[in-house]
Design a protein around this ligand. Structure first.
Ligand code: G3P
Length: 219
């Protein structure tokens, strides 16, 4: 399973890339606004830090402008996955860009029917938002189960399920159990994955006991 970080904060991306566990980055207009940086410059810098797909979202909603924006973003780096909304125009852009070898991430997916459309449009990734579905009283993870099942029935569908709007570690674990290809998580959630109180307690004991031996491995 691939781990992407869902942020436009370059320092966070650098820190997490240093763990060697990061496979890519996703951004969206809200995250870019929060970063307060020039979008094109920021995306180019992210592509230099991470050796994997970097999702950069178009801003327009009409087909010709979205296509032109997508082409401009794709020219930044072959690592760019152009992010388009799951609308008729967005899927049309997806079809055009994918046919020319550009990775496309179809975002704002909230139903299995939409995910089928994204696969048919040749998307490299589809992004179902599990947290936002949970927020409105719907089972976000049930959507991931449906999409994974449907895609597995059609070998011609090469679209990867990129679980987005991940809010806590159990979203990640549930998505992994279902075989989702990718999860994109905020830095805070990725850091939570590492922690367990028994790990901390056990390590403190081992460190204390090792000191009692009076030995040093490196001397
Ligand atoms: O980047 C898309 C998605 O991950 C947003 O998550 O927490 O704003 O619903 P959230």
């Amino acid at each position: 399973m691939k781990f992407f970080v869902d942020t436009a904060d370059l320092q966070e991306i650098r820190d997490l890339a240093a763990t060697g566990l990061l496979d890519g980055v996703t951004t969206n207009p809200s995250l870019v606004a929060k970063a307060g940086r020039n979008f094109l410059e920021l995306v180019a810098e992210i592509c230099q830090v991470v050796d994997g797909p970097v999702s950069a979202e178009v801003a327009a909603t009409d087909f010709p402008t979205m296509l032109a924006e997508g082409q401009k973003l794709a020219a930044i780096s072959p690592r760019i996955a152009v992010k388009v909304p799951l609308t008729p125009a967005g899927l049309k852009v997806c079809k055009h860009l994918s046919a020319n070898g550009t990775m496309v991430n179809v975002t704002l997916c909230f139903s299995a029917a939409q995910a089928i459309l994204a696969a048919k449009a040749g998307a490299a990734f589809v992004s179902p938002f599990v947290g936002r579905l949970d927020d409105v009283g719907t089972d976000g993870m049930a959507l991931i189960a449906d999409i994974c099942q449907i895609y597995s029935r059609y070998p011609s569908f090469t679209t990867e399920v990129l679980v987005a709007s991940v809010r806590h570690p159990m979203h990640l674990v549930a998505a992994a159990k279902l075989g989702a290809h990718v999860a994109t998580m905020p830095p805070s959630v990725i850091r939570l994955l590492f922690g367990h109180p028994l790990t901390d307690k056990g390590l403190a004991q081992f460190v204390a006991d090792w000191q009692k031996t009076g030995q040093a491995i490196l001397s």
